[in-house]
Design a protein around this ligand. Structure first.
Ligand code: HAM
Length: 432
């Protein structure tokens, strides 16, 4: 008898079970294919990173790099080094830039095009499509400042979403300048908002002094009326940033990619300079409508202590994209656990059934039912499993190395020699 309540998953994280995993697999395969088509190479990076990498990269004032960070208890090593302060990565860009330098990729031909797929962790308020462990498709081009790479990344990500047939997505575009022109603009923004301070909601009152750019992407009702008259950063870009933004727009036009200029798009991470963009889905609610986003981060490498090196990239939310695929197109069915089920009628047939299982696996995914249930119960389970074939075995037939092959679709059944099972399964409709 259980003595304590059953243990459940931690709040805000979820199991992705077979019915849903099939959709994730489609999204991941599409990501790998589009990235390879554009000449990007796949990497795997650690899920744990030093806290400084994230705090200095994303900014400890940002949500993802500050209050939402999962900090690990420091563990010392036997060599007496001070215990490392580690976190679960909240995103992939800072780690990718670290790996680029640490692995010497900065020494080879530039730029370097990389991508990765994997879990990220943010201690955010759990909501629909906002999880504490979620999955990203992360794409980065490191080592060249040309705006043409901004557009390449946008074209790649658009191709990913469009290639899966997901519609109702808008490409939102903005430039947030760089460290030459942004400080002056932020002062203008503060001058505009200061007289309104008492009418802003509490988070925005704090942002006004600490991170004024974030005033622009506040979703709170109370703050909306003031946005329209706020100064726009695109009216205050320095010459170099303005020229880069013009180039991005003209290359997007030439690529036939439609975009919406969105002066309120500022993104939540501190490392961005110049181009920022997001793919927003029109049917997803407010804060969860972003299927992915990215931008240029020319000052990130230096902030992490590496030589000044430009970069641009994007991360797509796999959970959200898989959700859209399943709920909008409803097209993805989980594959049956096995296509062939081997059903020994008695327990003494274990070894023979295992052997028949091995033979059938050369033709189709095969599982053996070793349970002590009756054949009737095994057949019922086989019918419900979605398998196409049952291989029914009794001792007398096993001695002759034959079995009954039953087509679970038509109900037809016939005796087949073990060695002939793969071809019978394949001919009769092997794997779908
Ligand atoms: P981000 O906007 O923080 O950017 O995240 C990118 C995408 O990850 C979001 O658009 C969303 O689809 C998904 N996402 C973020 N948080 C959650 C969550 N809690 N639950 C489910 N999905 C989520 C970045 O992470 C940057 N590193 C992107 C980038 C790459 N910029 C340059 N290079």
């Amino acid at each position: 008898m259980p003595t304590s309540p059953p243990i459940k998953a931690a709040r805000g994280v979820r199991d992705i079970l077979p019915a849903e995993r099939a959709g994730y697999a489609v999204v991941e395969r599409a990501a790998q294919e589009v990235a390879r088509r554009f000449g990007y190479q796949e990497v795997e990076l650690p899920i744990i990173e030093p806290v400084e990498l994230i705090e200095r990269g994303l900014g400890s004032d940002s949500d993802a790099g500050g209050k939402e960070l999962y900090r690990l208890e420091p563990h010392g090593d036997s060599d007496g080094d001070a215990p490392a302060r580690l976190v679960l990565r909240p995103e992939g860009t800072a780690g990718m830039v670290r790996a680029y330098f640490q692995g010497g990729l900065n020494q080879g031909p530039q730029p370097v095009r990389l991508f990765t797929l994997g879990p990220m962790f943010r201690h955010d308020k759990p909501q629909h499509l906002r999880y504490r462990q979620f999955y990203q498709f992360d794409v980065e081009v490191i080592g060249d400042p040309s705006p043409a790479y901004d557009v390449e990344v946008i074209e790649l990500t658009w191709g990913w979403i469009e290639g899966m047939g997901i519609g109702h997505v808008s490409l939102e575009l903005n430039s947030i300048g760089d460290f030459n022109c942004r400080p002056q603009y932020l002062r203008l923004l503060q001058d505009y908002y200061r007289p309104l301070k008492d009418r802003l909601h509490s988070d925005c009152q704090r942002r006004l002094e600490q991170n004024p750019l974030r005033l622009l992407d506040c979703k709170d009702e109370q703050c909306q009326p003031f946005k329209a008259a706020a100064p726009r950063i695109t009216d205050h870009l320095c010459t170099a940033c303005a020229a880069a933004f013009e180039k991005v727009k003209s290359l997007l036009d030439a690529a036939g990619l439609e975009y919406r200029l969105n002066p309120y798009l500022v993104r939540g991470l501190d490392y961005y300079t110049r181009t920022v963009f997001e793919l927003q889905h029109q049917s997803l609610g407010g804060a969860q409508n972003s299927l992915g986003g990215g931008g240029r981060y020319d000052a990130l490498a230096a902030a992490l202590g590496f030589p000044d090196t430009p970069g641009v990239g994007f991360a797509g939310g796999i959970d959200r994209v898989a959700y859209m695929l399943q709920h909008e197109l409803g097209s993805i069915k989980a594959a049956p656990a096995a296509h062939v089920l081997v059903l020994p009628m008695t327990e003494d047939l274990e070894q023979a059934a295992a052997q028949v299982g091995r033979v059938c696996r050369s033709a189709a995914p095969t599982a053996v039912d070793y349970s002590a249930r009756s054949l009737r119960a095994k057949m019922r389970a086989a019918d419900r499993s979605g398998a196409r074939w049952a291989v029914i075995m009794n001792s007398e037939e096993a001695d002759r190395r034959v079995a009954q092959l039953r087509d679970l679709l038509s109900g037809d059944q016939r005796e087949v020699a073990w060695d002939a099972l793969p071809s019978a399964i394949t001919k009769g409709g092997g794997e779908d």
